[in-house]
Structure formats: structure tokens, C-alpha cells
Design a protein around this ligand. Structure first.
Ligand SMILES: Cc1cc2nc3c(=O)[nH]c(=O)nc-3n(C[C@H](O)[C@H](O)[C@H](O)COP(=O)(O)OP(=O)(O)OC[C@H]3O[C@@H](n4cnc5c(N)ncnc54)[C@H](O)[C@@H]3O)c2cc1C
Length: 378
């Protein structure tokens, strides 16, 4: 079996692992090897909708969003790479007074943190933005016109290109089967053996299984999200990512067509595309009648990294072993900035403005959960 020794091994080449690779190298760390079981960007990152929004409810996530928006808006220039940015906006709507109050509180918090581009809207204002929505039964929502949508794999490609320019290497089709301490190094076994002084685990929803043997019990799990891309629709109309928080009904722009989905925290038993499309048409009859008979061009399903308390698990697992995973469906927007924060911490130069301690992989679920996961509110 081939064997090699490296300074740092990163396991997992999604947006998190790619960003950790780049930012560690940028911090001056050398001898970095990234190990990816399949192909770079082939996990949740490759299946992601790529929404990037400032609308969150806790100071940490709002700060990650502020930095994530900056990362994606500037990535094309910073990395001299093809990274597209579509400022379509985000619109969350509800007919429930409790959710409306929470949305307004979250908007006030975002504004107090300097993200001023958030608007609390009433049904008439919703109709001004999205005339194709029927607002019957809605109380209002929050609208952030300059949030946007990206192609996550473009970000992976840009980060890997920049990491390679700093000397980072990677192996694809290299699935880690075990990870164990061997004296002063970590022994990683897969198609070969890699011994590393330091390991950073960035394996998305696979992290729960990988960490169990080390005594860390996590609740990150794969949650299949069924969606569909439609033929051309709503030509010339503004289509922010529009989410009815009461039902999980979501519509956003995808090229000349739309991406449509229903966001659940957990799918109903036996759920699949047939049920999804039937239920979407039912919800559309009420909320967006012009979308009842959409031509479906493509059905898509991909696993979201669900679970936990809405915050990622970031930090030291044990001596020489770090992790970054479990973004609860927000890793495209928050992965790059949190990876940068982690890289600075690993390199011994932590960002003095953000304390990552509350995100420790060993934390117990507390009261500070991020509730604004984009899913149906029960
Ligand atoms: C349908 C859908 C819609 C989404 N929409 C959004 C959105 O709008 N905005 C947003 O910010 N986020 C969204 N997300 C969530 C986002 O995609 C994830 O949070 C993010 O991609 C997680 O990145 P990651 O690098 O942690 O994990 P992943 O992208 O899953 O990467 C983990 C990598 O680790 C590799 N790996 C696993 N096990 C091993 C092993 N043993 N050895 C080696 N390699 C291994 C995998 O092959 C994979 O490539 C969405 C996700 C889905 C599926």
C-alpha cells in the first residue's frame, strides 16, 4: 500500500475543504494534501441551490453572511476565475404572527449589525416585488434585494486553483476508511496510507460516521431535497428566492426557467419526486396560480447537510485534529468565511473579532439555535 507523510491533510473537497485548503496556504502553511472520496465539489456543494443571503437570526450567522456575501460578490476578481453572482434577492413570507415577529426581530438585528439592505414588507409591498405571488393569508415578510445566487462548484474551482498556486496538492477518488492516532501523527487509511501531523475533517454529512470512532457523536445527517428545474417561466419578471415559510414552498430563478422545491426539515415518509410535484402544484394553486402547470425540464435530488442546531461544528476535536462541517444547509454562503476563520485559528492567528468557541464540535445543544434554516416551520 502506498504511504506518504504530509504536514496537513484535509479530508473532504467540498466548499469547506477547498476553502480550508486555500486559506491555510494563504496563512503560510505548507505541505497540504486534500483527500476527496469522489470528485471535488461532488457532495452537498455540487447539489446546492447556491443561495447567499444575509437573512439570519443570530449575530454569528449574520456576521458569517456578511463575510460570505463579500466572498461571493468579489470571488471572480479576487481569484481571477469564472465565479458568477446573480443578485436576485431573497424574500421570506409568512401568514403566522409568531414567525412575522421573529422575521422582524431578525431584520432589526441584521440592521443593527450594519446590514442595512433588509426590508420588512407587508402584503402590498410583496406584490410590488413579486406580482405573481397571491398574498391572500399572508401577513408580510422580509426582503433583501441584494442577496443572491451562485454556482457553488465555480467557487470550489476558484479556491482549488488558488490553493494549487500556493502548492496545495489533492487526491480525488481517495476515500478515507479510517483515521487514528499513531504516536505523534494521525494515520489516515484509504486506497493508501497518509500520515499527517495535522488533520482537518471537512466531510459534510459524512462527518457523523467518520467521527464516531473518535467518540464524537454528531447529529449531522443527509436530508434528500427534491426539486425541479422548469422550462422558461415568468419571463421578464423579478424572481428573488421566494419562500413561504409556513409551507416550505420555494421558487427561484434558474436561467430562463425556475427552480422549484418544498423545503422540509424532514421529508414525509415515502416521499419522492411524484409526491413533491403533486404537492408543489397544490401549494402553487394557493400561492402562485400561474405556476400550477409548469413544464418540468429536469428533476433533481441532492442531500442537504441537516441536523444540529443550525450552527456549523468548527474547531479542535483533539490534539492535531480539527473539523469544519454541519452547516445545516448554509455551507455555500458560510463555508468560505468560516474556513478562513478556522485557518487563522489553526495557524495560531485567530481573528480577534469572532469567538468560535461556541461552535466547538463538543458543544451540547444550547438555547442559541439558529432558527432561520430555510425549511417549513412546524
Ligand atoms: C439541494 C440543496 C440546496 C442547498 N441550498 C443551499 C443554499 O441555497 N445556500 C447554501 O449556503 N447552502 C445550501 N445548501 C447546503 C450546502 O450545499 C452545504 O451546506 C455545503 O455544500 C456543505 O459543504 P461541505 O464542504 O461541508 O460538504 P460537502 O459539499 O458535502 O463536501 C464533503 C466532501 O467530503 C467528501 N467525503 C466524505 N467522506 C469522505 C471520506 N471518508 N474520505 C474522503 N472524502 C470524503 C465527500 O465526497 C464530499 O465531496 C444546499 C444543499 C443542497 C443539497
Amino acid at each position: 500500500m502506498d504511504s506518504e507523510r504530509v504536514g496537513t491533510a484535509i479530508i473532504g473537497g467540498g466548499i469547506a475543504g477547498s476553502a480550508v485548503a486555500y486559506y491555510l496556504a494563504e496563512q503560510g502553511e505548507s505541505d497540504i494534501l486534500l483527500l476527496e472520496a469522489d470528485e471535488l465539489g461532488s457532495g452537498s456543494t455540487g447539489g446546492s441551490f447556491g443561495g447567499v443571503r444575509q437573512q439570519f437570526s443570530t449575530p454569528l450567522e449574520i456576521e458569517f453572511s456578511r463575510r460570505g456575501l463579500e466572498f461571493w460578490r468579489t470571488a471572480a476578481r479576487v481569484f481571477d476565475s469564472a465565479v458568477s453572482w446573480h443578485p436576485n434577492g431573497y424574500l421570506f413570507m409568512t401568514g403566522r404572527p409568531d414567525i412575522m415577529a421573529k422575521l422582524a426581530d431578525a431584520a432589526a438585528l441584521q440592521q443593527s449589525m450594519g446590514l442595512t439592505d433588509v426590508h420588512v414588507v407587508d402584503p402590498a409591498e410583496i406584490r410590488e416585488v413579486v406580482a405573481w405571488i397571491d398574498t391572500a393569508g399572508l401577513l408580510g415578510g422580509t426582503y433583501t434585494p441584494n442577496d443572491g445566487k451562485v454556482t457553488p462548484t465555480e467557487g470550489v474551482a476558484a479556491l482549488i486553483k488558488a490553493a494549487r498556486a500556493h502548492g496545495v496538492r489533492y487526491h480525488e477518488h481517495w476515500q478515507v476508511r479510517s483515521l487514528e492516532r499513531a504516536g505523534s501523527v494521525w494515520r489516515i487509511t484509504g486506497p493508501g496510507v497518509v500520515e499527517a501531523g495535522r488533520v482537518v475533517v471537512c466531510t459534510g454529512y459524512w462527518t457523523t460516521d467518520l467521527m464516531r470512532s473518535l467518540g464524537l457523536e454528531l447529529t449531522i445527517r443527509p436530508q434528500p431535497l427534491y426539486s425541479a428545474i422548469t422550462g422558461p417561466a415568468l419571463a421578464g419578471r423579478r424572481v428573488p428566492l421566494t419562500l413561504d415559510m409556513d409551507t416550505g414552498f420555494v421558487v427561484e430563478r434558474e436561467g430562463k426557467g425556475l427552480l422549484v422545491a418544498i423545503l422540509f426539515e424532514e421529508n414525509p415518509p415515502g416521499y419522492g419526486h411524484t409526491q413533491f410535484l403533486e404537492q408543489f402544484a397544490e401549494l402553487a394553486r394557493v400561492r402562485a396560480p400561474s405556476l400550477v402547470d409548469l413544464r418540468i425540464a429536469r428533476q433533481v435530488v441532492a442531500n442537504v447537510d441537516m441536523g444540529g442546531d443550525g450552527h456549523p461544528y468548527v474547531g479542535l476535536v483533539e490534539d492535531g485534529l480539527w473539523m469544519l462541517a454541519g452547516f445545516g444547509g448554509h455551507g455555500v454562503m458560510h463555508g468560505p468565511p468560516v474556513a478562513e476563520l478556522l485557518a487563522k485559528m489553526i495557524a495560531g492567528r485567530p481573528d480577534p473579532t469572532i469567538d468560535l468557541a461556541p461552535l466547538s464540535p463538543w458543544r451540547r445543544p444550547g438555547s442559541g439555535a439558529e432558527w432561520m434554516v430555510a425549511a417549513k416551520k412546524s
